[in-house]
Design a protein around this ligand. Sequence first.
Ligand SMILES: NC(=O)c1ccc[n+]([C@@H]2O[C@H](COP(=O)([O-])OP(=O)(O)OC[C@H]3O[C@@H](n4cnc5c(N)ncnc54)[C@H](OP(=O)(O)O)[C@@H]3O)[C@@H](O)[C@H]2O)c1
Length: 267
Amino acid sequence: MSAPRTIALITGASEGLGVEFARLFAERGHDLALVARRADRLEALADEIAASGRPRPLVIALDLARPDAPGELGAALAGAGARIEYLVNNAGYGLNGSFSSLPIDDQLGMIDLNVRSLTAMARQFLPDLKATRGGMLNVASIAGFAPGPGMAVYYASKAYVLSLSEALSEELRADGVRVTALCPGPVVTGFQARAGMSPKAFAAPPGVASARETVLAGYDALIAGRRVVTPGLVNRALAAGLAWIPHSITLPQLAARQAKRLGGAEK
Ligand SMILES: NC(=O)c1ccc[n+]([C@@H]2O[C@H](COP(=O)([O-])OP(=O)(O)OC[C@H]3O[C@@H](n4cnc5c(N)ncnc54)[C@H](OP(=O)(O)O)[C@@H]3O)[C@@H](O)[C@H]2O)c1
């Protein structure tokens, strides 16, 4: 019997940070599996990585928000003889708008992907991570450091990711499994369009970390076994402000900021 193919599994690899994660992990010598819904984009990225002389990543097109997706993915990877050494839980999205204006099914869909699926994926691949003494990189956000009126469910979902990751980093230490929460600030990707933000949000604020800097910070922290990483000085200052300034001050400011970013009917 041939030895299992040891891989890094990257979710949300069809756009934005996930594409940058895939390129970086490939550059660093990891064999990959790429997951998202848009198969054509995943195949194009797998071709690009193969053209650079590295093993062609496995491509699995899947809607991770479906409750049975992690089990299906586990079966597909086992069928391909793959074992997960690094799990990058990156797929996620936000919705800009007030809790009362956004359709409840859309807001629950965000919880299905950002919270439920991420948790199920962590549990699904834990035996592999323990066997390989690998690691899990969960993409949270600086939004995880405070409540965010105007994007309330998204901020709450990222607070969950941050909290879960920190707790698991402690629980799994004895098993040799590293768990890192990556807390990016704003990065221009497909995120802003999906969130329904105005064009004003489609430009990176000055001084924040780029997509490449963001994934590099996450990768380095994961390999080093750091619990939480916020890429870039500006983002670290923002995160510290969100974490330490009383909510009575940050809540109205965040509400005003999100209102300015509204792109649609609520504007
Ligand atoms: N960009 C920012 O400013 C920012 C800041 C902080 C944190 N983050 C976080 O960073 C992560 C990556 O976001 P991004 O900025 O790279 O956004 P993006 O460009 O919109 O990429 C999102 C990725 O998630 C995938 N995805 C969405 N729904 C999915 C589903 N149901 N099943 C499987 N895959 C799904 C998308 O692929 P398909 O559409 O092909 O399925 C896409 O590959 C997210 O967790 C986000 O919350 C982003």
